[in-house]
Design a protein around this ligand. Sequence first.
Ligand code: ATP
Ligand code: MG
Length: 405
Amino acid sequence: MRILLFTGKGGVGKSTVSAGTAAMSAARGLRTLVLSTDAAHSLGDAFGVEHALGSEPVEVAEHLYVQHVDAQRRFEESWAEVQGYLLSVLDTIGVDRIAAEELTVIPGAEEVFALLELRRMAVSGEWDTIVVDCAPTAETLRLLALPEALGWYLERILPVQRKMVKALKPVLTKAAGVPMPGDSVFDALVRLHGELADVRALLSGPEASVRIVLTPERVVLAEARRSWTTLSLYGYRVDGVVANRIFPAGGSDDWRAGWVKAQDDVLGDVGASFEGLPVWRSFYRPAEPVGVEDLREVAEAAYAWTGSVDPLAVPDTPAPFRTESDGDGETTVVHLALPGLAQWVERDQVQLGRNGDELAITVGAYRRLLTLPAALARMRVSGARVEGGELRVTFSRQTTNTESE
Ligand SMILES: Nc1ncnc2c1ncn2[C@@H]1O[C@H](COP(=O)(O)OP(=O)(O)OP(=O)(O)O)[C@@H](O)[C@H]1O
Ligand SMILES: [Mg+2]
């Protein structure tokens, strides 16, 4: 099963290109689902079927299904257990019911549950291709950082909580009448943790990739570059860029000629910025592409630009994260791809910290807490450098006595 995510700045054509890619996949006879995680769903508008869409997949053409994830509903299903408990606690201490309801809604919950829906669809085995129409860049980055971050949190909190609850239960229940969380609350949290780990594995696995949609404008390109670095930092594979809404050359109009020239300059920079990745080109159509056929044509035309790359095949782009050990296992180098590094972030903005089995990598405003595999956790960091668009961290066995950097 192939999973394709589309992201990019607001309004650049994410929904159009994701819908088109899905239509193209379905036309090849692949069972295809396109779903949006953006609360402002617009797939329905693109397909011209907004009235018919719901929170379950709806068939819009042969092999082609569309779904607007109802994050609120999924939220209620998965979180009900935990929320029920929190509500009972707040009730005991005298918090008003309406206020309590507000308090027990965790921020970012909608996004998490959109991801859980993606997982549910992926494990159902019903699909050959799942296309995800994501929200604009910043939200997508937050979304994709979530499974790991929440997992990290749950891994540390859960065992402690359980122990505390066991120890305090007799005392607390008697003293204040505060209800203690039952096993079902912990079970719900453990389940959530497992599901988030699945999401993470799915999205950083070899069959998933992210495509960045942009329009040939300086500001848009700047954001697209940064998101490439950040997506890589979080371990997601970017396998291509779609440059959309390109003005076709021709005619004698100065206004048009001006735009064509300006876009052409930026397109040159797009190629240079995303070196090694296919850059597909999609022209500005005379009208909004609406409906399965229009959308499919947009995608076919764009992907035809680099004829040799099959846009639905599993990408051969290297994974953003890999380790390499020398023969006797004395040293291991962790390679973390941070493409475009020199272009938008200075080397001194890359920071590395070590805390037990964790490696904290900060690039500009983004940070990733990487839990090290056991074998690496036992070693010490003996060097780190930025080279060839990668951060390379060298781990050595504890016994050596060179100074660590
Ligand atoms: N190549 C194109 N030619 C003509 N119109 C286009 C093209 N690509 C997109 N559009 C139109 O531009 C508008 C924005 O496109 P779309 O909704 O796909 O962008 P988006 O990135 O999903 O936006 P949002 O960030 O709001 O979700 C739509 O009206 C769409 O029909
Ligand atoms: Mg959209």
